[in-house]
Design a protein. Structure first.
Length: 375
C-alpha cells in the first residue's frame, strides 16, 4: 500500500542517516527536516487511499487533469535505491512526494516517455526494467496507475534513455548463463516501443558493444550515461575516457540510415571519467569530476582540451556527480551523491558559472523530467 511504502521510506531514512552518527546534531537535524517531509507524504497517501471509486474500479484521481496538461506542467522524478523509493517534485517547487512503485529491490536509473506518460525504473538485483503508467490527479499530483509491468527481463541494466517514439535504450548485460563470466561487459541495448506494448520482455536488440565500436580502442568501454535523440545515441565512459572516448556519438540503427551513413565517433577525449549525459534539441551535456560540460551535437571536432565546453564548476572538491537531466526549457538538473543533493545550472549559458543547489535529496541516484506538453 501507499502507506506501507511511505513508512518504509521514512524508517529506512532515519535508520541510515541517524545510525552512523547517533549523537550528531547535523544528522538529527536532517532527520527532523525529513519527518516534516514525511508528514506531507503521508497526507498525500491518505488522499489517494480515500479517493472515491468510479464504475470501472479506478479512482477519480486516476483521470488526467486537462487543466494541468494545458499548463505544460513538469515533474522532476528521482530514484533513491537505498530507500527503495522513487519520488518527485513539481517544478520549480522542491517538495518531495513519493510514487508507489511496488516491490522494487533497488530502483536505480529512471527514464520517462513523456509522449506516452510512462516511467521506466531499472532494478538490477532483480534483472528487470519496470515500467509504469503515469497520471495526474485532479489536484495536480503525479501518480502511478495500475500494476507495474516488466519492460525487460533477464538483464542487469544501469542507464536508461527513451527516444521520441518510445523506444527504450539501456546499458547493461544479460544474466550470465552457466559457465559465463559473472563480470560481463555492458553493451547498449534497444527495446522497440512495439515490444514494450506487446510485452516482449526477453529480446532487446544489442546496438553497440565493445566488438562493434572500433579497434583496438572501442568506444563502448565502461559505459556511464546514456542519451538518445531522433538520429543518434550518446554515451560516456566512466574510465579511460581519454583513450576510448570521454563522450561518443553513434547513429541509431533503426532509423533507416544506409550503411554509408552509419558511424561511431568520439566527440570528446579530454576527460578520463564521465557520468550522466543528457541532450537538448541542439546540445549534449555531461557530468565529470571537473564539472558540467556541454557541446553542440553537430560539432565535427573531437575535443581534447578539458577546459573547453566547461559549463559549470563543481559545488565542492569532493563531489560525486551521477545523473543529469534537462527540463525541456533552460535548466539542467544534476545529482551529487557525495552530499545527497540536487543542483541546477542553466543550459543556455555561454560562460562558465557555478551550480545552484535545488534541493536536499539524501541517497539520490538518478533523475528524469516528465514534461506534459501544452495543448
Amino acid at each position: 500500500s501507499s502507506c506501507t511504502n511511505l513508512g518504509r521510506f521514512t524508517a529506512l531514512y532515519i535508520y541510515q542517516v541517524a545510525r552512523p552518527t547517533a549523537y550528531s546534531s547535523e544528522a538529527m537535524g536532517r532527520v527532523l527536516r525529513f519527518l516534516g517531509l514525511a508528514a506531507s507524504m503521508f497526507a498525500f497517501a491518505d488522499a489517494l487511499s480515500i479517493a472515491p471509486k468510479v464504475k470501472d474500479g479506478t479512482t477519480q484521481n486516476d483521470v488526467l487533469a486537462s487543466d494541468f496538461l494545458k499548463a505544460g506542467r513538469k515533474f522532476l522524478i528521482a530514484s533513491f535505491p537505498n530507500l527503495r523509493q522513487v519520488a518527485y517534485t513539481i517544478l520549480p517547487d522542491n517538495v518531495w512526494r513519493p510514487l508507489v512503485i511496488g516491490n522494487v529491490e533497488s530502483p536505480t536509473s529512471v527514464a520517462v516517455d513523456s509522449q506516452n506518460a510512462r516511467l521506466y525504473v531499472a532494478d538490477p538485483p532483480n534483472l528487470v526494467i519496470w515500467w509504469y503508467s503515469l497520471a495526474v490527479s485532479s489536484s495536480g499530483l503525479l501518480q502511478t496507475v495500475g500494476q507495474p509491468k516488466a519492460a525487460v527481463e533477464g538483464y542487469s541494466a544501469h542507464w536508461l534513455a527513451v527516444s521520441g517514439v518510445g523506444d527504450l535504450y539501456f546499458t547493461g548485460h544479460p544474466k550470465p548463463t552457466d559457465g559465463q563470466n559473472s563480470t560481463m561487459d555492458d553493451s547498449i541495448w534497444r527495446l522497440d516501443a512495439e515490444q514494450v506494448v506487446s510485452g516482449d520482455t526477453f529480446s532487446p536488440t544489442e546496438v553497440y558493444s565493445k566488438s562493434n565500436t572500433g579497434e583496438p580502442n572501442s568506444k563502448v568501454w565502461q559505459v556511464s550515461g546514456l542519451a538518445v535523440d531522433t538520429f543518434y545515441v550518446f554515451w560516456g565512459n566512466q574510465a579511460d575516457g581519454k583513450e576510448h572516448g570521454s563522450v561518443s556519438k553513434a547513429t541509431r540503427t533503426n532509423v533507416g540510415a544506409s550503411s554509408q551513413e552509419m558511424f561511431v565517433k568520439s566527440i570528446n577525449v579530454a576527460l578520463d571519467e564521465v557520468r550522466g549525459i543528457t541532450t537538448t534539441g541542439t546540445e549534449v551535456f555531461w557530468l565529470a569530476p571537473e564539472g558540467v560540460y556541454g557541446s553542440s551535437k553537430s560539432s565535427s571536432t573531437e575535443v581534447s582540451d578539458p577546459s573547453q565546453g566547461l559549463l559549470a564548476l563543481p559545488p565542492s572538491a569532493g563531489w560525486s556527480p551521477m545523473s543529469l537531466t534537462w527540463d525541456g526549457h533552460s535548466m539542467l538538473y544534476l545529482t551529487d551523491t557525495a552530499t545527497g543533493a540536487i543542483y541546477t545550472c542553466p543550459s543556455l549559458s555561454s560562460r562558465t558559472s557555478n551550480v545552484t543547489k535545488y534541493a536536499d535529496a539524501p541517497y539520490v541516484d538518478s533523475l528524469a523530467v516528465l514534461q506534459l506538453e501544452r495543448s
